[in-house]
Design a protein around this ligand. Sequence first.
Ligand code: CDP
Length: 235
Amino acid sequence: MKPFIVAIDGPAASGKGTLAHRLAQHFGLAHLDTGKLYRVAADLVLTRNGDPADPATAELAAQEAAAALIADPTLVFAPRLLSEEVTRASSVLAAIPAVRAALLGFQRSFAMDPPARAPGVAATGAVLDGRDIGSAVCPDAAVKLFVTASPETRAMRRVKELRGRGAAAIYEDVLQDLMERDARDSDRQAAPLLAAADAELIDTTALDADTVLARAVGIVARALKEWEWLQNCKR
Ligand code: CDP
C-alpha cells in the first residue's frame, strides 16, 4: 500500500513546522522536519571546527548524519540544533548538491515506510516539511502545501520563538538573517526553495495558527478521502 504523503514547503519561520506537526497529530500521520537533518549535519561540521561551505567536509558530515539518524532518530531533538550558528551553517551546507543527495535516501525511506506513531498503531502516511519536499523529495505527494508569510511577520514570529526559549533576540538581526537565508535557499542551483506547480499556496501573514490549521485540514481531508477510495479500488 502506497503511503499517504503530505508535503509542506516554505521559507524560514513561515509556520510550516507548526502546521506540519499539528496536521500529523490531527490525521495520525508520522512527521519529519527535514530541516533537522541539515542541522544535524551542520552541527557535526561545527563540532569539528570544519567549514560548512567546503563540499568534501559537508558531504562527509551529511553521510554521517544520515547513518546516525537511522541508528538514533531522537538526535533531531537536541536543543543545540536550534542555535544561530547551526541555523546559518545548515543553510550554507544545504546548497551543496552532494549534501542533498546524501540526505535524500533518509527522507524518501521515511516517506515510503513511515514509522509507527505508537506501538501497534502504524501510520498510514507521513507529513514532511522543508524546502524541496513537493518539488524534489516527494514529487508524487498526495497533498502539497506551500506556506509563506511576509519577511517582517516571519522575523517577528522567530523573535517570539527565540525569546520564548530564553534566547536573546534582536528583531533587526533576526530579519536580516532570515532574508540572507531566504536568498541562499532560493538562489541555489540544487533543489532551491520552490513552490511545486501543483502546490496550494497558504499565505499566513494575516492568519493565526488555528486558522491555518483549519484551512489545511480541509485540503488534507479531501485528499485523504480520495486516497482511501483509491486504496479500496485496488483491493
Ligand atoms: O525552521 P526553519 O524554517 O528556520 O529552518 P529549517 O527548516 O530547520 O531548515 C534549516 C535550513 O536547512 C534551511 O535554511 C535550508 O537551507 C535547509 N533545508 C533545505 O535545504 N531543505 C530542506 N528540505 C529543509 C531544510
